[in-house]
Design a binder for this molecule. Sequence first.
Ligand SMILES: Nc1ncnc2c1ncn2[C@@H]1O[C@H](COP(=O)(O)OP(=O)(O)OP(=O)(O)O)[C@@H](O)[C@H]1O
Ligand SMILES: [Mg+2]
Length: 392
Amino acid sequence: MNSPKVVVEGLCKVFGTNPKQALNMLAGGATKEDVFAQTGQIVGVHNVSFEVKEGEIFVLMGLSGSGKSTLIRLINRLVEPSAGKVLIDGRDVAAVPRAELTALRRKDMSMVFQSFALMPQRTVLSNAAFGLEVAGVSRKEREQRAMTVLEQVGLAPFAEKLPAQLSGGMQQRVGLARALAVNPSLMIMDEAFSALDPLKRKEMQNVLLDLQREQQRTILFVSHDLEEAMRIGTRIAIMEGGKVVQVGTPQQIITNPADDYVRAFFEGIDTSRYLTAGDLMQTDAVPLMQHSQPIDASSVAATLNGSADYAFVLDGERKFRGFVCRDAMGSASPQLNHIECIRRTTPLDDVVERVVASRAPLPVVEADGSYCGSVNKTNVLNVLTRHRGSHV
Ligand SMILES: Nc1ncnc2c1ncn2[C@@H]1O[C@H](COP(=O)(O)OP(=O)(O)OP(=O)(O)O)[C@@H](O)[C@H]1O
Ligand SMILES: [Mg+2]
């Protein structure tokens, strides 16, 4: 079991002269608007709790002003909390002395912002090495390490160029390289790709996902774009008015949005693209038989129990072995039919193709081959009409 990298507990931030008063009002059920109307104070973050697991990309999403930037600044303590706490690697950030905090931020928590903040008179290499320079790493070593990350983000040939000679997307990669060069255990990215055009943005998302496959970092990523969140997020937290209203995997959020605020983010987006076989399968639609059980007409009839047309046959380890159909009941030794399984993680489009081509429902299995459910044409149709709406 992975221990959480970041734990946030009951975190609150009130911008104003009397946070206690505001917190009391909130505890009494007042809203962010009430607090502002009555005291002039602004609630940035209100009673937020969640955990970020080691190695995941945790995306904070929400409308402008919902508190995303404040929340990440509370985590790296650029902003002091009004209440609650933040643990990083089990350590209470509030207890870290000021002097150590700077080192912690520099080494363990790299930030990437929307604006590149590159130094125009320095080369790409020197910009990428800047974090290491501040940390006092020798020139030779920092340039070596910076070169390695420039290679990772595809910028090695541009190492000696100046930022102005690069496109916006490439400049953003330099920003990413600079953050990566210090090899932080936690990367914090606030709208890091938001200024890029859609194509460049997708390209940067791919760079990040490729890097993530090689070296799993913990990344806290702020975005106001649901499609970006869906593409890169292991889990997503949705914020509204300083609160976290839902935390879940992209699939959990699509299949079960907490409220209309969350649902509104899906408008105009074909959310079915993010679904997999596991999201639409049913676990009890097809009756199951054990392979050890004799497969004869009477056992098939008993399993089908009058209504089902198919039964799946599993072995003692719940691995899928084949299926029998109703027609087989007439035969003395019913035939075990072969059918190819679908992995739980197979994307919807591939599932659709397979299901449409098959008369029988298809078995869905885990990576190790163990059975987890079935999909049929109705499941596919339901999910398509629900998620694609007018896109169909
Ligand atoms: N230093 C500050 N002083 C006063 N109010 C602030 C301060 N920083 C943020 N706020 C307020 O806190 C709330 C949350 O702001 P925050 O910047 O965290 O939102 P955000 O979700 O990052 O928005 P955006 O998507 O526009 O970046 C807003 O109402 C904002 O006006
Ligand atoms: Mg912000």
